[in-house]
Design a protein around this ligand. Structure first.
Ligand SMILES: Nc1ncnc2c1ncn2[C@@H]1O[C@H](COP(=O)(O)OP(=O)(O)OP(=O)(O)O)[C@@H](O)[C@H]1O
Ligand SMILES: [Mg+2]
Length: 138
């Protein structure tokens, strides 16, 4: 998909959020949306649109220094500063991933790919040629 503005990226995210809310609970673990792509490509912007569609009113800011923020069963995770998945152990991350009611959006998810469920939805972001152009693929 091509997005021409932050607003459009949020709409694309909201569409995926609504699709996920409609899913029947088939899996035994959390629903993971794995976000990849360079700095400033639009991952946090996407999370903002996704969270809004789930009815979360708090403003999504980048959780860069916190690793994750939790809003009920919704987790906004950013593993940019993680060097090893072991760093997540103290955060009870495995049990968060194992709980089927949870929805996680993970920025820089490729860094922890090996511990994510196989059915994670991978969303990749790329800058286009124009300033506000982004390519979003999932
Ligand atoms: N089409 C677009 N989609 C998303 N963001 C856009 C778009 N056009 C311009 N922007 C701007 O680009 C920036 C994207 O920043 P954002 O924090 O979402 O990126 P990020 O991928 O989370 O970066 P980081 O890797 O640093 O976390 C925002 O300032 C946003 O307003
Ligand atoms: Mg970000």
């Amino acid at each position: 998909m091509i997005s021409k503005s932050a607003q459009e990226t949020k709409k694309i995210a909201a569409k995926l959020a609504k699709k996920i809310l409609k899913e029947k609970p088939h899996q035994k673990h959390a629903r993971v949306i794995a976000l990849t792509g360079e700095l400033g490509a639009g991952k946090t912007t996407f999370v903002q649109g996704f969270a809004k569609a789930l009815g979360i009113k708090s403003r999504m800011v980048s959780p860069t220094f916190l690793i994750f923020r939790k809003y009920k069963n919704f987790y906004h995770v950013d593993v940019y500063r993680i060097h090893s998945t072991k760093e997540l152990d103290v955060l009870n991350f495995k049990s968060i991933l194992n709980s089927s009611e949870n929805i996680l959006l993970i920025e820089w998810a490729e860094k922890i790919r090996k511990i994510l469920p196989k059915d994670a939805i991978w969303v990749n972001f790329r800058h286009g040629r124009k300033e506000n152009e982004r390519f979003i693929a999932y």
